[in-house]
Design a protein around this ligand. Structure first.
Ligand SMILES: Cc1cc2nc3c(=O)[nH]c(=O)nc-3n(C[C@H](O)[C@H](O)[C@H](O)COP(=O)(O)OP(=O)(O)OC[C@H]3O[C@@H](n4cnc5c(N)ncnc54)[C@H](O)[C@@H]3O)c2cc1C
Length: 390
């Protein structure tokens, strides 16, 4: 005897998508959410307008110990499928840049849409309702809650990662994986601002608000976007993107003049009396050019620097090495890298290969998207995949 065919824990992006799909297949579904407000992460996403997908989303936009794991689910539920759903609900949207689709009005439209899809599948709710524990039974699983025990055949864990704990993030999903012997790739904050080491902060900390068009590379990741100086270090899209690749040890390589030939430009003026910071201010923010030259002992006339030194400086402009002291952590992160190891999950169903009926979807899994709508696309795609089987 079970109370529900499927119980989904976590009513975020992935959980609502999965519950709606399973419900619309005729399964009886209960969604359990511990936070009193529905879809908080969706509500605050994309600056309140929810960057709900990216038209170019593909496996190459995701980090994971198994980069191929996401391939199947992403192919079966594509950005076009989600856009069709958004269009069906007449939610106006626009492309901001680089295939990133945002609501014209508010992210609440997406939450309302997902809730309506759950209603169409007759999904039942317990919210707010914490989960005290989960056990395996002969029929599937028993879930203990303060509102009573629930028995189900399938259990879907959709509790997300650790980013922004103040709106309900918990390590619940990792604990359940561990309880059932499924390894967890150590979680760490991703899409997160980085902190300067104290000596770097002294030099650049007062540039807060200044932005530079740069190309930032580290550990195989490379992004050409803006970086932003903050009062604690670096942020902006280029830095958020590369933060997911940063291992805490390797310096970032920052090209301050991407696509340009600094050596050719500067060597052409090597006999000039012009100060290097003055020249650099033609192509970089003036105050940054001054600080950078001071830090590199190069705040002097070009003639005095001489060609050998100028060539060296040009190389450093294309490869400014910065070793952050850390990230600003989960309170400021958009996602969690790492998570439930894909080696023990089916890429077709999202089910645990050794525990029939147990599924993991969304951000709790070791699949992390780039900035730009990719994380929601993974939530929809993995939620949809599990929703066909749970
Ligand atoms: C500030 C910010 C902006 C973002 N903007 C974007 C964007 O524009 N585009 C994009 O693609 N991605 C964005 N993201 C990332 C995106 O929000 C997440 O990747 C996505 O929400 C993950 O979906 P999920 O369903 O796996 O987890 P979540 O949406 O986090 O949902 C998990 C749910 O589980 C619940 N839960 C947790 N623990 C328990 C428990 N023990 N019991 C019961 N329920 C529990 C939580 O309360 C939550 O409702 C943003 C993230 C942040 C923090």
């Amino acid at each position: 005897m079970v109370d529900y065919d499927a119980v989904v824990i976590g009513a975020g992006a992935a959980g609502m998508m999965c519950a709606a799909q399973a419900g619309q297949r005729g399964r009886s579904v209960l969604l359990i959410e511990h936070y009193p407000l529905l879809g908080e992460k969706i509500r605050i996403s994309g600056g309140g307008r929810c960057n709900f997908t990216n038209t170019g989303a593909g496996p190459g936009n995701y980090l994971s110990q198994n980069p191929d794991f996401c391939r199947s689910a992403l192919a079966r539920y594509t950005p076009r499928h989600f856009i069709a759903l958004v269009d069906k609900y007449r939610i106006a949207h626009h492309e901001k840049k680089l295939g990133q689709l945002f609501c014209d009005d508010t992210a609440q439209d997406i939450i309302r849409m997902l809730k309506s899809e759950c209603d169409r599948g007759h999904v039942q709710w317990r919210m707010p309702c914490p989960v005290d524990g989960v056990e395996r039974t002969a029929e599937g699983f028993a879930i203990a809650t303060p509102q009573g025990l629930v028995r189900c055949a399938s259990l879907v864990i959709a509790t997300g990662g650790l980013a922004v704990p103040k709106i309900g993030a918990t390590p619940f999903g990792y604990r359940i994986a561990e309880q059932f012997g499924i390894p967890v790739v150590p979680p760490r904050p991703g899409l997160v601002p980085l902190a300067f080491a104290p000596e770097t902060l002294v030099r650049y900390g007062d540039l807060s608000g200044i932005s530079v068009a740069a190309e930032v590379a580290c550990n195989g990741g490379r992004f050409r976007e803006n970086l932003l100086f903050t009062h604690r270090g670096l942020s902006g899209p280029a830095i958020l993107q590369i933060s997911s690749y940063w291992d805490g040890r390797t310096p970032l390589s920052i090209d301050l003049l991407p696509g340009q030939n600094a050596a050719q430009w500067l060597c052409g003026q090597v006999n000039s009396q012009a100060q290097l910071p003055t020249l650099l201010a033609q192509r970089l923010p003036k105050r940054f050019a001054q600080q950078w030259c001071a830090a590199h002992d190069a705040a002097m006339p070009m003639k005095q620097l001489g060609e050998v030194r100028v060539r060296d400086i040009a190389a450093q402009l294309h490869d400014w090495r910065v070793l952050p002291s850390g990230t600003l952590g989960y309170p400021k992160a958009e996602v969690t890298c790492g998570g439930v190891a894909t080696s023990r999950l089916s890429s077709k169903t999202m089910g645990a290969t050794d525990i029939p009926g147990l599924y993991f979807i969304g951000e709790v899994v070791d699949v992390t998207g780039w900035l730009g709508g990719y994380n929601f696309q993974w939530a929809w795609a993995s939620g949809h995949a599990a929703g066909q089987f749970a």
